[in-house]
Design a protein around this ligand. Structure first.
Ligand SMILES: Nc1ncnc2c1ncn2[C@@H]1O[C@H](COP(=O)(O)OP(=O)(O)OP(=O)(O)O)[C@@H](O)[C@H]1O
Ligand SMILES: [Mg+2]
Length: 264
């Protein structure tokens, strides 16, 4: 049981997880390292355990076997207050932006600051405006979520997730169900955050083109195992049957594969 080295923000070691008294074996010995400051995409077919993996990282589920290390700490050894403290270091971007409809853009982004920190109104205003501007959103910020576009709502959701400067940012299906233009907007934000903040980011997605374009590392889960972990250029050339099927299932993926080939 040795602590991962400094360059690893999160590590799963031989993680096993079953549900329904062991009848549903979802994770069957999962090993993943998430490098600090890098962007990792977790891909895989539906129902393969991607969200379950993310819940383990967050400490919302505990493994039947195996170890989960987050920022140098072994989760199983933490008290509940230590776990809460560690969870404060995560930002979470939900599939639908999950904004509060009754609050303005400003108040949505200010919410986590008001909940968790004791700041003056001036400081709150400064932080909220700073994060919104960093995501290319100019004021006024007194509109409500139903008065702005889907892409804007996404930005507000992301601003809310990063306003407290988390060390690790998790996205669960950030582009699923979005139109292509909004998808591109969200990709650009993910890229921007990767470039501008030294955040460790983990993205769960079905969006192959985004993963190929943005990921530092792709992890592919299939039937409870990590069957690939590496760079996008290697991923598109994988001979693994499940990965080929996954890639071939998507015309966009096919185009992206060609783009990656052209760039390789
Ligand atoms: N708390 C739970 N209790 C019982 N079964 C669960 C629980 N959470 C997840 N599962 C099961 O684990 C499997 C994997 O679920 P998970 O949500 O991780 O899939 P996923 O890879 O995220 O799929 P998708 O791409 O559709 O989001 C599913 O069969 C699901 O029913
Ligand atoms: Mg999921």
């Amino acid at each position: 049981m040795t602590q991962p080295n400094e360059s690893i923000a999160v590590e799963l070691r031989s993680v096993h997880k079953s549900f329904r008294e062991g009848r549903d074996k979802i994770l069957r010995g999962v090993d993943i390292q998430f490098p600090r400051g890098k962007l990792t995409y977790i891909l895989g077919p539906s129902g393969t355990g991607k969200s379950v993996t993310l819940k383990h990282v967050l400490g919302l589920l505990s493994p039947d076997q195996g170890e989960i290390w987050v920022l140098g700490k072994l989760l199983a050894e933490l008290s509940s207050s230590e776990l809460n403290q560690l969870q404060e270091k995560f930002g979470m971007v939900f599939q639908n932006a999950a904004l509060f409809d009754g609050m303005t853009i400003f108040e949505n982004v200010a919410f986590p600051l008001r909940e968790h920190e004791k700041l003056s109104e001036e400081e709150i205003t400064r932080k909220v405006e700073e994060v919104l501007k960093s995501l290319d959103m100019d004021g006024p910020y007194d509109k409500y979520p139903n008065e702005i576009s889907g892409g804007m709502r996404k930005r507000v959701g992301i601003a809310r997730a990063i306003v407290r400067k988390p060390e690790i940012l998790l996205y669960d299906e950030p582009t699923t169900g979005l139109d292509p233009a909004t998808r591109m907007t969200v990709d650009n934000i993910i890229e921007k955050i990767k470039t501008n903040f030294s955040l460790t980011s983990i993205v769960i997605s079905h969006d192959i083109p985004s993963a190929l374009r943005l990921a530092d590392q792709i992890v592919f889960l299939s039937e409870g195992h990590v069957v690939f972990s590496g760079r996008p250029q290697e991923f598109v050339h994988s001979k693994h049957e499940g990965i080929r099927k996954f890639l071939d299932s998507d015309l966009l993926a096919y185009q992206a594969l060609k783009m990656a080939d052209a760039g390789a």
